[in-house]
Design a protein around this ligand. Structure first.
Ligand SMILES: C[S@@+](CC[C@H](N)C(=O)[O-])C[C@H]1O[C@@H](n2cnc3c(N)ncnc32)[C@H](O)[C@@H]1O
Length: 289
């Protein structure tokens, strides 16, 4: 569940309201985490990072960012809890159904002409986006010649994704999304219900490789025809966004497709000129050079 913390609450917690001191403490905390654990949050967008860290401080029962630093640097379990707070694993199947509909109608015909298809879901969270793609490719008769690489920095989210087990209460919304996304069958064909959960059919996992990959620190690892990176870069600042776009540009084949989230765009990045927008509303771009 996404957490919303009001600015008032944050101000209350920053008793004394010394922003300059807080910024120094924050910088030291992120530097320490980077040096000790190798996770680099230094270029995450400040407003949401600040809010989440204050929320975490509250939940850990400490009083300041410096006190949190002391705890995080001496207690790996505390650091792991912090990764969960900063990761924001909010997702759903066929999220923004029109993106998947447009992909099915306008991108799939191009993919049909390829001998094989490699797709990267960067920041896949608990996997709902990835199973959605597997279903879409299966219905279009392309799944057999596809490989889907699904990565995230959050190993707990990846563990959920690998299992393919989701809460039954979400299926109503997911079925609605599936139909709006142009789904052609009965959505319940793809899972088996058990108690309060559903288990997605194992054939959907056959061509999916789940792996840990951190967009802030790791390198490109393959060449792809399609990259989905939705609702991830929204939490990054310009420096990190440019790094990730560099990574994607390097990883996409010529005429490769990049799909971003509804609030994200290629505009104002160093790589905008290398892409042609195929759908400005659904944020679908094609690499031209
Ligand atoms: C809001 S979810 C988006 C999930 C999915 N793409 C969607 O749109 O529904 C953001 C995901 O980005 C991941 N993430 C954040 N920073 C990352 C990084 N540096 N490297 C890889 N994944 C990251 C988080 O762990 C989280 O699972």
């Amino acid at each position: 569940m996404d957490i919303c913390i009001s600015d008032d609450f944050e101000e209350q917690l920053t008793a004394g309201g010394n922003r300059e001191r807080e910024d120094i403490e924050l910088e030291l905390l992120l530097e320490g985490i980077h040096r000790l654990y190798g996770y680099d949050f230094r270029n995450y967008a400040l407003p949401s990072l600040r809010r989440r860290i204050w929320h975490f401080i509250h939940s850990e029962n400490v009083k300041s960012i410096s006190a949190l630093q002391e705890k995080v640097l001496h207690d790996r379990a505390c650091f792991e809890r912090m990764v969960q707070t900063l990761s924001i694993p909010v997702t759903e199947m066929f999220r923004d159904p029109n993106v998947f509909k447009t992909f099915r109608e306008n991108i799939v015909p191009m993919l049909r002409t390829y001998p094989y298809i490699r797709i990267w879901h960067a920041g896949c969270s608990t996997g709902e986006e990835v199973y959605s793609m597997a279903i879409l490719l299966h219905e279009e008769g392309l799944y057999e010649k596809s490989r889907i690489y699904a990565t995230d920095m959050n190993d707990r989210s990846l563990a959920v994704a690998r299992q393919g087990i989701f809460g039954i209460e979400k299926m109503k919304q997911y079925t609605k999304n599936y139909i709006e996304a142009g789904g052609t069958r009965s959505f319940s064909e793809y899972y088996t219900a058990k108690y309060n959960s559903v288990i997605f059919k194992p054939f959907l996992q056959k061509n999916i490789i789940f792996a840990e990959h951190n967009l802030a620190t790791d390198r490109s690892f393959n060449e792809f025809n399609v990259i989905f990176c939705r609702n991830v870069m929204i939490y990054f600042n310009d420096t990190l966004r440019n790094r990730v776009h560099g990574l994607f540009h390097e990883s996409l084949s010529r005429f490769g497709i990049l799909v971003l989230g509804s609030k994200e765009s290629m505009q104002f990045t160093e790589y905008g000129e290398y892409y042609e927008p195929l759908d400005r509303v659904e944020k679908i771009y094609r690499k031209m050079k």
